[in-house]
Design a binder for this molecule. Structure first.
Ligand SMILES: Nc1ncnc2c1ncn2[C@@H]1O[C@H](COP(=O)(O)OP(=O)(O)OP(=O)(O)O)[C@@H](O)[C@H]1O
Ligand SMILES: [Mg+2]
Length: 350
């Protein structure tokens, strides 16, 4: 038997409420006078329990509802934040249907609005970070141009500062490019075979001189059960290098002079390996730990600026680690022992 209708009339209301319960968007239906007849799960999540039986104008307190109820309009779209909950924001669509019932759809825009805020903050941060060295550069150029400093030693001192500021700007731009490249390529699954141990060793080698300048020593400790295995992983060699470059650079920058930096390699569960970089320095308070990987987050802005940091290093590290299906744990003890432990999946030796 085939039906002349596309749907059986009894099916309509049953299906409608079932569909409504599956929607991520809030759906409220009221009678022509605005008395709420039904509200789906999402609507209850957004606006609270006990919606049925209340008046629509009270729950969604916007003028547009009054207009619809008064019959002055049949459809309205607007933005709405529930009373006492300004952190949420909805796009609301209200429509009077043919049978007089009023349907309200609430689309949660909170996440999107927050993402927009993150983006705005990011642009503001970048502009600020670029503007300060630029202002300083312009100032020195002006001073030299108007010929206020005639003696060469002073000029040379100014030029040295200018060189540093220019360097800071170019590092910031490099970091920004690196971050956006990692983000754009995030979906590409790494397929190069990277010799993890070799990468770590070569990064340590490149930092030896810099560490010595602060009377620091970098020690590599291979604590794996099977130290003979060659430790390959699927990845992008450049990116894995960047991870340990950033972590070891931080350890040198934020560790105390005349201390030791330890790079430990441990075999973890399954085919995971953990490489941790540990240094002794100032205590990093608990509340900072989870935020260190945020872009531009620095514990001590003034000090970081002085030792030349933009606060993008760990944001880049986190992205790269995620992309390689790894994790990173950050800990800091009350003795100032700070540890960045990166766990990565490695290949079984063939
Ligand atoms: N090993 C560490 N010990 C103590 N604090 C650290 C350590 N590594 C990072 N931090 C803190 O985390 C902040 C963010 O680190 P991140 O590497 O992202 O930025 P940065 O080093 O300031 O600048 P960049 O790496 O972009 O040059 C640092 O400013 C510092 O406050
Ligand atoms: Mg850094």
């Amino acid at each position: 038997m085939t039906s002349a209708h596309h749907t059986h009339p009894n099916l309509v209301s049953a299906t409608l409420s079932e569909v409504a319960s599956m929607l991520d968007d809030g759906m409220i239906i009221s009678d022509p006078s605005g008395l709420i007849l039904s509200a789906n799960n999402a609507a209850v999540r957004f606006l609270g329990e006990g919606l049925v039986g209340r008046s629509l104008g009270e729950v969604v307190s916007v003028e547009a509802v009054a207009d619809i109820l008064a019959g002055e309009a049949s459809e309205r779209n607007l933005v709405f934040s529930p009373q006492g909950n300004v952190t949420m924001e909805f796009n609301v669509r209200i429509r009077r249907m043919d049978d007089g019932l009023i349907m309200v759809l609430l689309l949660d825009m909170t996440l999107q609005r927050n993402l927009e805020k993150v983006r705005r903050d990011f642009v503001a941060n970048v502009s600020h970070e670029l503007r300060s060295p630029l202002t300083s550069l312009a100032g020195f150029i002006e001073t030299i141009l108007v010929n206020e400093v005639r003696d060469w030693p002073t000029q040379q001192r100014f030029l040295k500062i200018m060189e540093e500021e220019a360097g800071r700007m170019s590092r910031l731009i490099d970091d920004l490019l690196s971050l956006s490249r990692v983000e754009v390529d995030e979906h590409i699954i790494p397929d190069q075979k990277v010799p993890l141990l070799e990468v770590v060793k070569s990064v340590i080698a490149t930092f030896e001189t810099r560490a010595k300048r602060r009377q620091m020593r970098i020690r590599l400790n291979d604590r794996r059960a099977d130290m003979a295995s060659r430790l390959f992983m699927y990845g992008f060699a450049d990116e894995i290098t960047e991870v340990f470059h950033n972590l070891i650079e931080n350890a040198i920058k934020y560790g105390f002079e005349d201390t030791e930096i330890n790079v430990d390699i441990d075999s973890g569960r399954g085919s995971n390996v953990t490489v941790s970089v540990t240094n002794v320095g100032e205590v990093v308070a608990e509340k900072h730990l989870s935020r260190l990987t945020e872009r531009f987050y620095r514990v001590d802005k003034a000090r970081s600026r002085q030792i030349g940091g933009t606060g993008l290093g760990l944001a880049i590290v986190k992205h790269i680690v995620n992309r390689h299906r790894g994790t990173m744990a950050i800990t800091s003890t009350s003795e100032g022992v700070t540890c960045f432990a990166v766990t990565l999946p490695v290949l079984e030796d063939e």
